[in-house]
Design a protein. Structure first.
Length: 219
């Protein structure tokens, strides 16, 4: 039964496209959080088959690997938070924030830090000004012929623009980053199987000296 369900769920996701562009040596730019400590304020919207919500929030991010995300529903109805330290994500309290957030690799990618599980193969192609790469067990091809999970990356210059999780030739989930007209980040996370969509628009970024260690403490 578990095998049948896994096949059915994967079938609900759209087919991944071939990796396009001119083949090149697989040399990917380093992607790390901006040095120092920053507060990013944002607005957000979320939608799935049974629930919709909008609100405001803030991220307190401190390089190299600390982040706290606070979410507030519009009109002050409720709120919640998550603490991300290294590979550990803690989401105490109400289920709202658990429902919103992507898995740790995509959550870090949304904050400009690329941390993926080790993979044996990398295929990279240059498509105009965009560097694209597949990471996984590729068997001499791209994600369409790979064994198991593949991470597909897209870089705009040295900035991470998109991360996809592909399994069995299907696009399961993805996260995208781009600069808006105000110069701030516009982020989108989509889980194709679960039909979940989270959009975040950063409205302000402030550099600070640092944060009290208490904000990273897990309950």
């Amino acid at each position: 039964m578990a095998v049948v369900m896994a096949v059915w769920v994967t079938a609900c996701a759209p087919a991944a496209r071939p990796l396009v562009g001119t083949p090149m040596r697989a040399s990917l730019p380093p992607i790390m959080m901006a040095p120092g400590a920053h507060i990013l304020r944002f607005t957000w919207s979320y939608r799935d088959d049974t629930f919709e919500a909008i609100g405001d929030g803030a991220v307190r991010a401190q390089a190299p690997d600390h982040a706290r995300l606070d979410f507030f529903l519009r009109n002050g109805m409720a709120g919640g938070y998550a603490i991300l330290v290294g590979d550990t994500l803690t989401v105490p309290g109400i289920d709202l924030v658990k429902r919103l957030l992507p898995p740790v690799p995509l959550l870090w990618a949304s904050l400009g830090r690329l941390v993926l599980p080790a993979t044996p193969d990398t295929m990279a192609r240059m498509d105009g000004d965009t560097l694209r790469a597949d990471l996984g067990v590729l068997r001499g091809g791209d994600a369409l012929a790979a064994d198991g999970r593949v991470w597909r990356l897209a870089f705009d210059g040295n900035a991470l623009a998109r991360v996809e999780r592909i399994e069995g030739g299907k696009l399961i989930e993805w996260m995208s980053r781009r600069r808006g007209a105000n110069g701030q980040w516009q982020l989108q996370y989509v889980h194709e199987q679960g039909k979940r969509r989270l959009a975040i628009a950063v409205t302000d970024t402030t550099t600070v000296e640092g944060f009290d260690d208490a904000i990273w403490r897990r309950p």
